[in-house]
Design a protein around this ligand. Structure first.
Ligand SMILES: N[C@@H](CCC[C@H](N)C(=O)O)C(=O)O
Length: 302
């Protein structure tokens, strides 16, 4: 086997998918172009985020580094935290794991089925202190002017919630009425978001049941986004559109989000999946599957 060959795991949380590298013993740093190339669904493995599991400097079970598909490094990824939490629990034989991220220390635990993982995402921030133009953010005209005419009702006055990364939430009548592929990039790069933003469209369709579609910063439309689900649930509870616990329905499935009253922490619970194991040749960026994942386990049990 070439020394350039590197094993990886392909995982997802509700279809929000990741390549996960174990870099605890052998470090791994890839240039932005290589990440983007591996992330490309036509020519590479295809993923929304690339996750590098490294040794923690603060005594956590591991440090989790997150890159979006476009190669940008970011601070938080809820679904990947649930996936890495599951891996660490399986490795340690414990029902809990602590994960260091650039957004802080996060605790993952299991309360039920082995593939269902909860992460304590900590406290949300209800305005982004990292956005200097926060006042302007509430100027509805700023958003309308930049996105120009679109074939849908106008979007304005987003809620701003940080879960360690920036989220803008637009409450709409029906999330299906919008073409996120068109308006997502315009909103992600709107001048009021100097660091870019993850863009969610949301509507409450039954008590504590919220439908959400997400355009992720650096990744585009994804089947689910954990931090977006948390941000939407917090915005809904704050504006009395829902209670402190709600179910967020994303194209890839549902997440239960509790914004816990006693400490304001946000708890996110949902499924994880190991899709397959594979190997990449880092010289050529060619790759192959080496082992099946959860689906084969489920199949064997049937
Ligand atoms: N999919 C993630 C969020 C990943 C990072 C995001 N695109 C950003 O740039 O902040 C999740 O599950 O939270």
């Amino acid at each position: 086997m070439s020394t350039a060959r590197r094993p990886f795991l392909k995982m997802n949380g509700l279809g929000n998918d990741f390549v996960v590298w174990d870099a605890r013993d052998v470090p791994l740093t890839l240039p932005v172009e290589q990440i983007a190339s591996l992330g490309d669904r036509n020519t590479g493995i295809g993923f929304d985020q690339m996750i590098t599991v490294e040794r923690s400097g603060v005594g956590a079970d591991a440090f989790m580094r997150i890159h979006n598909r476009d190669g940008s490094q970011v601070d938080a990824c809820g679904n990947a935290t649930r996936c890495v939490g599951r891996l660490l629990m399986e490795e340690n034989g414990l029902e809990a794991a602590t994960i260091e991220t650039r957004a802080g220390l996060l605790h993952a635990f299991r309360t039920g089925a082995p593939q269902t993982i909860t992460v304590d995402m900590g406290k949300p921030r209800l305005a982004w202190d990292q956005i200097p133009l926060a006042e302007e953010f509430h100027d509805t005209r700023a958003i309308e002017l930049q996105i120009g005419p679109i074939d849908a009702p106008c979007l304005h006055t987003p809620a701003a919630v940080s879960m360690g990364n920036p989220h803008a939430i637009f409450w709409v009548k029906d999330v299906e009425a919008y073409d996120l592929g068109t308006i997502g990039p315009l909103l992600e790069h709107h001048p009021v978001f100097p660091e870019g933003a993850n863009i969610s469209l949301a509507h409450v369709f039954a008590p504590n049941e919220i439908r959400v579609k997400v355009w992720e910063r650096g990744a585009g439309v994804t089947r689910a986004c954990g931090t977006a689900a948390c941000a939407v649930a917090v915005a809904a509870a704050r504006d009395r559109k829902a209670g402190r616990t709600s179910t967020i329905h994303l194209p890839g499935g549902a997440l239960t989000i509790e914004w816990r009253e006693k400490d304001d922490h946000v708890l996110m619970t949902g499924l994880t999946e190991i899709e397959f194991e594979g190997e990449v040749d880092l010289d050529t960026l060619t790759w192959e599957k080496t082992q099946a994942g959860d689906a084969s386990i489920a199949g064997a049990a049937e």
